[in-house]
Design a protein around this ligand. Structure first.
Ligand code: NAP
Length: 477
């Protein structure tokens, strides 16, 4: 049985590393039928703004698996990133990066038994790219975290821990500050972890996680985290084990998975036959396990370890004075297929259980209790407060407070005079807490506020099962 795989050579050093990896995989005996496709720079030149042509999309729909070289993102021509197009189109919600000490590679952490995996949510968070310049000098980005997306990635992390025989999962968030977004991720983690009683589960604040990754990296097994936090700590992870030339990544969805190196197209070394193909080769090992070619994956992993750890054959990025070319390094890797080392902990892998099923949303009791109106104004907090109070007087609302950059500035707290910008949030709550809030009441209030101030954004304030679905401002009672 052969497995069809979409092969995207990519840009810059892409064709060189893809060629090297394809040669090693073919020599390992893995039964693969390659479908060569295009994406990236050449596609942009043909005028396809997404960077991904229909033939490549069709191939991925057929094969469900791609091995991909790096794709250049042109700067400034309005083109989209072809990488982001592929991830979004095929909903590869899990970005998986293994961080494992590679014997022989000299770096400040050499010799320490580092061996963990970072599972990063790949589709949500600030990466939805929903941004607004709300006033000429204040920009806003929406951080979207969903229960469904969180449950999917967290269940994936536990399933990965099971498949790789790992003992613990850490959830890393900034839930102490972003109580509703990062807090939702933490809450879902606490719920889901109950379904995996044999795996230890811990929550760690993301900044402490970064600190612990440097101080005690061997303490981690699996770390699951939101998109932006994950973006940063995965690169910290590559730095712990030898850098870009050896860091693999996988983008996994319920149907389609895309395997690639962490690094980019490295145009400065493209075409010189000096690029290190190890990162993409480690990604190929992840891919072979994904398609259940466990034997070929083990052979290739052992060959890399033998080549680097025993023979100490290094490309230029790992040893400055080395003259070893990409093609000669590839030849050595092929010769070393079948050789074994005890330099790496032997792990028993089973397939990850996919697709990940999420629980249906439970019924909730919902009640609208007020509205936040975001305003642009040059007035002082006191002037703005008095104006909004008089607007609210004949309405069903009372002005609860005004905040500036999240800090309550009206009613004024003590003698404090925080430095403010022209971007305000005015919070109006129903005077009669038992009454039903209607859209007409909100629209009327907005009309009255808008007749005196420039508003740019409103947000309904809602309680779910009698619990606030909105945070308080700093200082709000
Ligand atoms: P980069 O391509 O990762 O390269 C940074 C530098 O790291 C290279 O110039 C080279 O440095 C070294 N390097 C990276 N991989 C190496 C390898 N396998 N072997 C030896 N040295 C390696 O980062 P960039 O220059 O910022 O990005 C270039 C392009 O790639 C951009 O268009 C970016 O958008 C794109 N990109 C794509 C992906 C992807 O497809 N997933 C990811 C990241 C970036 P020396 O100067 O030390 O030789």
């Amino acid at each position: 049985m052969t497995t069809p795989i979409t092969l995207i050579k990519g840009d810059g050093v892409g064709p060189e590393i893809v060629q090297a990896v394809k040669r090693v995989i073919d020599a390992s005996g893995a039964q693969i039928e390659w479908e060569e496709c295009e994406a990236g720079a050449n596609v942009f030149k043909k005028g396809i703004a997404s960077g991904v042509p229909q033939e490549t999309i069709d191939s991925l729909i057929r094969t469900n698996v791609a091995l991909k070289g790096p794709l250049e993102t042109p700067v400034g021509y309005g083109e989209k990133s072809a990488n982001v197009t592929l991830r979004a189109l095929f909903e590869t919600y899990a970005n998986v990066r293994s961080v494992q000490h590679i014997p022989g590679i000299p770096n400040p952490f050499s010799g320490r038994p580092i061996d963990f995996v970072v599972v990063r949510e790949n589709l949500e968070d600030l990466y939805a790219g929903i941004e607004y310049l709300q006033t000429p000098s204040v920009a806003e980005a929406l951080k979207l975290i969903t229960r469904k997306g969180s449950e999917k990635i967290i269940r994936f992390a536990f399933e990965l821990a099971k498949a790789e025989g790992r003992r613990k999962v850490h959830c890393a968030t900034k839930a102490n500050i972003m109580k509703l977004t990062e807090g939702l991720f933490k809450k879902v983690f606490e719920e889901v972890s109950k379904d995996y009683p044999t795996i230890e589960s811990h929550h760690v604040i993301i900044d402490n996680c970064a600190h612990q990754m440097v101080v005690h990296p061997e303490e981690f097994d699996v770390i699951v985290t939101t998109n932006l936090q994950g973006d940063i700590i995965t690169d910290l992870g590559s730095g712990l084990v030898g850098g870009l030339g050896v860091a693999p990544a996988a983008n996994i969805g319920d149907k389609v998975s895309i395997f690639e190196a962490v690094h980019g197209s490295a145009p400065d070394i493209a075409g010189k036959n000096i690029v290190n193909p190890t990162a993409l080769l480690f990604s190929a090992v992840l891919m072979l396990r994904h398609i259940q070619e466990f034997q070929a994956a083990h052979q290739i992993e052992q060959s890399i370890l033998y080549t680097l750890g025993v023979q100490k054959a290094f490309t230029k990025d790992l040893e400055k004075n080395s003259n070893l070319s990409t093609t000669d390094f590839t030849e050595i890797l092929i010769q070393n297929l079948g050789k074994e080392t005890d330099l790496w902990p032997t792990r028993h892998y089973t397939p990850i259980k996919l697709p990940i099923k999420v629980s249906p949303q439970k019924e909730v009791l919902r009640k609208d209790v007020g509205v936040d109106i975001f305003l642009e104004s040059k007035l002082s907090p006191e002037q703005l407060g008095k104006s909004l109070e008089s607007i609210a007087l004949p309405s069903p609302f009372s002005l609860q407070m005004i905040s500036n950059l999240g800090i309550q500035v009206y009613p004024v707290l003590g003698n404090l005079k925080p430095d403010t910008v022209d971007h305000w949030r005015a919070r109006f709550l129903l005077k009669n807490k038992e009454a039903l809030l209607t859209d007409e009441q909100i629209l009327h209030l907005l009309h009255e506020v808008g007749s005196q101030h420039r508003w740019m954004h409103i947000e309904k304030l809602c309680e779910y099962n009698h619990i606030s679905g909105f945070t308080k401002a700093q200082g709000e009672s």
